[in-house]
Structure formats: structure tokens, C-alpha cells
Design a protein around this ligand. Structure first.
Ligand code: SF4
Ligand code: SF4
Length: 700
């Protein structure tokens, strides 16, 4: 295609985008049947124009030029009839009733569907015509899928559509709530950043990275928006869920394209995304109409959102892995059994391949980088609303620990020349216990033991929070952001979470804990016997400790994360399934360990009627106030020292006691001075946000 053609087509595409956006604005303002019909008529005229042009471009020549002209003219004439019918009907109605027809006296859903259908038809015809004019090949005899794919994933369709989306959202900005406006803008930008839009590899690379960055921004914005908006109209809830679902499919489509060159899913998702976008614009009243809907009372909606976001993350992580490592090189790193043999064998390999694919992606550096940005941003938002300096500091440290021990060291250590094998280094190679550094060979046993001793020592001195609120990396980051804070109520309301409430070991907790510990012990023994040659046992083709580690932290961990609405938050702790957490639990409990929560004045707790500390606990330790009242302190092996109780206590009555206080007492020095109440920042909005002055005075 020569430069002049490119410039002319680009200008025409820009004009088309502008015109369509203006028509969409008019379409959104339609309040009478005649107005709506006029807008649809204008859309149809555009479609007729492109249909005529198509007749010519399919077989360019003087005859088809004339045929195209007449075809367009006939279509345009035909479209006049429905318009005339609606206009005369309205005039008749006015004559009968003597007044103007009531606003929206037409089926708005049907009208929106018609307008969206015509926008899509225009876009499709334009993409087809412009592709032919630009000299691109549109296959007509290879079936529907290659044809649709060639038109929809063409630059003329994608870039024009992206421009239309952005312009339409801009023109209609006054009608849309600011938060939704931003989400719509994200949609437009993501449409433009479609990697397959141009054949140039440089564009694909740029669009994969830039699109992923924008997607990360959208996920952060969306999750924080939900966290900050306890209730919204049902229309917004549906839109959000559909949006998250569409983007999970989009990422899957891009993964299939980059990994296997398969494009149809992505092409289909582009259409779905465009339909959702224009539907949101044309029916934006849904975002402000209807009774307020409290999302935290709908576990299924929350599950749908978390699951869709997680699927998006997984495929985006895999996409980045493919792009950064090269498709064939990265795919070769995923263990994959051949799909041959008996049906049972094939089914087994399908399951095993799926398991290793998911575990490989969730352990990959790019996936963790992405999760780090998203979940880290939510933790950052929490830091901003946290009043106590000590708690803010711990939140900063956990972000730093995640970045270093979960991303930087596993991802980049091996690239430093001359460094020892990570698996032989205490803690760094074993941050999540057995299996995280590889098989338990005799050469690494010292590193493993040192890791356990180090963690046990820290938990003894500072409580389980040293592990489960800082060093663990993943759980503190994922469970301590603003969104998970708003989901604590599921610990009490969900049927599973309810069984694990309180500091006592329920029967359910004892069973899960026993299974987790015996599994860890069993694989450790088998792995060691393997290395000394006494056994030769593998599980799904891997060393037993490596398999268990991948099962626990590459698969089950995320399944439990998305099922928070049904099992409660921080469920690695509450359910007792993490063997690593059990180590911290063993040395920080009712009898052992220096960590505990103390209250400054137990009489304050006796008079308190809020029980805000118990409500704020992400672990569901609801018996906390009772201990404060009777003993003035609370010790529990489940307590991770997150400190939300400290933040939420309206009387600022709780503080953490650990080795620092113990040492000072031994040295005869005064205990550290507690921070003054309400020193900085607002209270957490999800719990009691009344200022101290408004609370009932407490008698002493
Ligand atoms: S229980 Fe396990 S996964 Fe959960 S925070 Fe503690 S160490 Fe991490
Ligand atoms: S909210 Fe504060 S005052 Fe009330 S029981 Fe809990 S620690 Fe005591």
C-alpha cells in the first residue's frame, strides 16, 4: 500500500470514528421513538454506504462501481420506510392524544441492541472495505472463521473501533459516573492495544507489554473501586462481572495467539468487548438506577469477580512468559505428558498437564511481578489509611519481602554470575518451606534446617506475624490489601468459614491441620529416602516435596483465594492447611512465644459494646474481646499480628507485646510508649469510623 492510500484511508477511518461517536451520543440521548428511529436510520445509511463500497472493492471495475452505487442507493431507500412508519405513527399518536408521546415510549433494550448491532455492522463492513482498499487479503473461501478473523483483527477494525470507544465515552462523559468513565476509557485503550492488529512484530511486542500494563492498571482500579464502594446498583455489578469475564477470555485468546498462532477466540472477544462497551454507554442509566446492592452480601458475585480476575492474571502471566521467554522456549519448560494411549491415560495426562501448566505459570516471575503490582497497590492503599506507625511499617516491609524473596531472588538470582545454587542457601532458597527450593537432597538439608530454625526463632520472638504477616510473601500481600479487608465478613457469614471461627482448634481445623502436616512429613521422608537411594518415588513425574509444594502454593493456594466468599479470608491460616504456617503456630501459641495482644485498660473492654476488634480480625478470632476483658491480653497460635484489631478499636486500647517489651522488662526499662490515639490518618472505613468524641463515654 502506498503512502497516499494509507493517509487517505487513515483520514477516512478517523472521520468514521468521529461520526460514529457523534451518532452514539445522539443514540444515548434518544427519548422518543421518532428520535431513536432517526438515529438508527443514520447508522443504517452508513452501513448502506459501506455495503455499496464493498460491492466495488470485491471486484474493482467500472461495472461494479455502478452496481455498488445502485446497491447503496437501494438500501438507503429501503431504510427510509421504517423511519417514515415511526414518524407517521408518532404524528398519529399526537393527533389522538393531543400531547407529545411520553419519553422513552419504546423498548430501550431492543433499541440499544439495534444501535449496537448497526455500529458493529458498520465497523465490520468498514474493516472489510478498508482492508481490501489497503491491499490486505480477506479469505472468502476458507470458511467463516478465517474470514471473520481477517476482518475483525485488522487495523482498520481495531483502531477505528478503539477511537470510536474513546470519543464516545468522552462525548458522553457528563452522563456517566466518574468511576465508570475511567473504566470505559480503559476499555478503549485496551482495544487499541491489541497485539494482533498489525503484522509488525515490534507492534505485537509493544502491545503485549503496554496492554498488560494497562490491564494491570484496570484491575487495580476495578478492585479498589469495589473495595471503596460497599454498595452500587445491580446494573454496575452485572457490567463489572461481564467485563472481568470478557478480559479473562481476551487474555486466554492472546495466549493462544502468541503460543499457538490461534486467533479466533481473540477475534470473538473483541466483538464482545465492543458490545459490552456500547451497551454500557447506551444504557448508562443502569449505573445509577435501582436499589443499592451490597456486594459483600453476595458471595457468588464476589466469587465470580475474583475467579474472572484470577483467570485474567493467569493468562496474562502466561502471555508475558511466552513473550519474554519466546513461545517455544517457554512452552518447553512446562512438563507435558503425551496425549496418547487408553482414554484413562489420556485423561490422566490432561489433568497432570493442566496441573503443571498452572503451577508453572503461578510460579513464574512475570506472573508474580504482575500480582505484586496489583496486590501491592491494594496494600499501598491500605497503608495510606493505616494510622499506627508500627502497622504501616510492617505493611511496607511485607511489600519489600514479597518483591525480594518472591520476585527478585527466585527470578533473577540465577542470572548473577558465580553465585551458589539458591537451594543451598538458608531461607532465600526455602522461603516457603519444603519443596520451595527443589528436592530434599542431602546437600541442602542444612539449608532447610537453618531456614526452619530461623523462622521458628523469629516467630518465637515476634509471633507468627513474622512468618504469616511478613516473610511468607504471598499471603500477607494478597490478604492485606483494601479489597480483602472488605471481605472479612465472609469469615462469619460463609458456612465453611464459620466452622473455623475463634482461637480454639475446631474439629475441622484439627483435621485439615493434621492432613497438611502429615502430608509434609510424609513427602519429606520419601524425598530423603529417594536421595539416599532407598526409594524411587515420584508424584506426577516430580519429587514428592516439589509436587506437594506446587500443589499447595501453585494451585490450592489460588483456588482458596478465589473461594474467599465461601471459606473466608486468610484461609491458609484459618483452615490450617499450610504446613509452613504450622511451624510458626507451634512456637507462637498460648504457652510458648513472647508475642501477644494486650490492652491498655481491661475496664475499657468491659464497657465496650462495639466489639470492633473482633469484627476487624481477618482470621476470624471472634473470642478476642472476651480474653481482653478477663485477662487483659489475648494469645492465640492462629493470630498473625496483622493489627486490624488495633486499627479498629475505637478506644485505641490494644497494642502488640513481643520480645521488645520482654527485653525492656528484663532490663528494668519502661515499656515502649504506645502511639497516641488517632495520631494520623483516617480510621479504616470498613470498620467503625466514628471519631472518638462521638462514642459513648466509658465509665471506669
Ligand atoms: S499459613 Fe502459610 S501461606 Fe498462610 S501466611 Fe502463613 S506461611 Fe503463608
Ligand atoms: S474494640 Fe477495643 S475496647 Fe472494644 S473489646 Fe475490642 S479492644 Fe476492647
Amino acid at each position: 500500500m502506498d503512502q497516499t492510500t494509507l493517509v487517505v484511508l487513515s483520514l477516512l477511518a478517523a472521520l468514521m470514528a468521529y461520526t460514529t461517536a457523534v451518532l452514539v451520543r445522539w443514540a444515548a440521548g434518544a427519548r422518543t421513538a421518532s428520535y431513536a428511529a432517526a438515529v438508527l436510520f443514520l447508522f443504517a445509511m452508513m452501513a448502506a454506504m459501506f455495503a455499496g463500497a464493498l460491492v466495488y472493492y470485491l471486484h474493482p471495475g467500472p461495472v461494479t462501481l455502478a452496481e455498488g452505487f445502485w446497491f447503496a442507493a437501494i438500501l438507503m431507500s429501503a431504510f427510509v420506510f421504517p423511519l417514515i412508519y415511526v414518524l407517521t405513527r408518532e404524528v398519529r399518536l399526537r393527533g389522538t392524544t393531543g400531547s407529545a408521546p411520553p419519553e422513552t415510549a419504546f423498548n430501550t433494550a431492543l433499541y440499544a441492541a439495534g444501535a449496537i448491532g448497526l455500529v458493529l455492522a458498520n465497523e465490520f463492513l468498514m474493516g472489510w472495505v478498508f482492508s481490501l482498499a489497503a491491499g490486505l487479503t480477506i479469505p472468502l473461501n476458507q470458511g467463516a472463521i478465517p474470514f471473520l478473523e481477517a476482518v475483525v483483527v485488522s487495523p482498520w477494525f481495531i483502531f477505528t473501533m478503539g477511537g470510536e470507544m474513546l470519543l464516545s465515552a468522552y462525548f458522553l462523559r457528563e452522563r456517566i459516573r466518574p468511576g465508570i468513565r475511567i473504566i470505559l476509557a480503559f476499555q478503549g485503550v485496551l482495544m487499541i492495544l491489541s497485539p494482533p492488529a498489525l503484522a509488525a512484530p515490534a507492534w505485537a511486542t509493544f502491545a503485549v507489554y503496554a496492554g498488560s500494563a494497562v490491564m494491570i492498571g484496570l484491575v487495580i482500579y476495578l478492585l479498589e473501586f469495589v473495595a471503596r464502594t460497599p454498595e452500587f446498583p445491580p446494573g454496575f455489578a452485572t457490567y463489572t462481572l461481564l467485563l472481568a469475564g470478557i478480559y479473562s477470555l481476551m487474555m486466554a485468546g492472546l495466549y493462544l495467539w502468541v503460543g499457538y498462532g490461534w486467533l479466533p477466540l481473540f477475534a470473538l472477544v473483541l466483538i464482545l468487548e465492543m458490545v459490552l462497551f456500547f451497551d454500557a454507554l447506551l444504557q448508562s442509566d443502569r449505573f445509577s438506577a435501582g436499589p443499592p446492592w451490597v456486594w459483600s452480601r453476595s458471595p457468588r458475585w464476589v466469587f465470580g469477580l475474583l475467579a474472572a480476575v484470577f483467570v485474567t492474571e493467569v493468562f496474562m502471566g502466561a502471555l508475558l512468559d511466552l513473550q519474554a521467554g519466546g513461545p517455544s522456549a517457554w512452552l518447553a519448560t512446562v512438563p507435558a505428558g503425551p496425549l496418547v494411549g487408553s482414554p484413562a491415560m489420556v485423561a490422566g495426562h490432561v489433568l497432570a498437564n493442566g496441573f503443571w501448566w498452572l503451577a508453572t505459570v503461578t510460579a513464574s516471575t512475570w506472573f508474580l511481578v504482575m500480582m505484586g503490582f496489583e496486590m501491592g497497590a491494594l496494600v499501598y492503599f491500605k497503608i495510606r489509611e493505616t494510622r499506627h506507625r508500627e502497622l504501616r511499617l510492617r505493611l511496607w516491609i511485607l511489600v519489600g519481602v514479597f518483591a525480594s524473596t518472591t520476585v527478585l531472588i527466585p527470578g533473577f538470582w540465577s542470572k548473577i554470575p558465580g553465585v551458589p545454587d539458591l537451594a543451598t542457601i538458608p531461607f532465600l532458597g526455602w522461603t516457603m518451606g519444603i519443596g520451595s527450593g527443589g528436592a530434599l537432597t542431602s546437600t541442602v538439608i542444612l539449608a532447610v534446617l537453618s531456614t526452619y530454625l530461623l523462622v521458628a526463632g523469629l516467630c518465637f520472638l515476634f509471633g507468627r506475624r513474622a512468618l504469616c504477616s511478613v516473610l511468607c510473601g504471598m499471603a500477607p500481600l494478597m490478604f492485606q490489601g483494601t479489597l480483602m479487608d472488605r471481605m472479612k465478613s465472609f469469615n462469619r457469614s460463609s458456612s465453611v468459614g464459620h466452622k473455623y471461627l475463634g482461637s480454639r482448634f475446631s474439629a475441622a481445623f484439627s483435621i485439615t491441620g493434621a492432613v497438611a502436616l502429615s502430608a509434609a512429613l510424609g513427602v519429606t521422608i520419601v524425598s530423603y529416602l529417594n536421595t539416599v537411594g532407598a526409594l524411587n518415588v515420584t508424584i506426577v513425574g516430580a519429587d514428592p516435596t516439589v509436587f506437594l509444594y506446587n500443589l499447595n502454593f501453585g494451585v490450592v493456594w489460588y483456588l482458596l483465594f478465589v473461594t474467599v466468599p465461601f471459606v473466608g479470608t486468610y484461609n491458609c491460616v484459618t483452615l490450617g492447611w499450610c504446613p509452613w504456617g504450622m511451624v510458626g503456630q507451634a512456637v507462637s501459641n498460648r504457652r510458648v512465644g513472647l508475642f501477644r495482644l494486650k490492652v491498655k485498660d481491661r475496664e475499657v473492654c468491659k464497657a465496650c459494646t462495639t466489639l470492633d476488634c473482633a469484627k476487624a480480625c481477618p482470621i476470624g478470632l471472634v473470642d478476642m474481646p472476651g480474653h481482653f476483658r478477663t485477662r487483659g491480653e489475648f494469645r492465640s497460635s492462629k493470630c498473625c499480628g496483622v493489627g486490624d484489631c488495633i486499627e479498629s478499636c475505637p478506644y485505641d486500647n490494644i497494642y502488640i507485646h513481643d520480645v521488645r517489651h520482654w527485653l525492656r522488662a528484663r532490663l528494668g526499662r519502661p515499656a515502649p510508649r504506645p502511639e497516641p490515639p488517632f495520631a494520623r490518618g483516617p480510621q479504616l472505613p470498613m470498620v467503625n469510623s466514628r471519631p472518638a468524641a462521638e462514642l459513648a463515654p466509658l465509665g471506669k
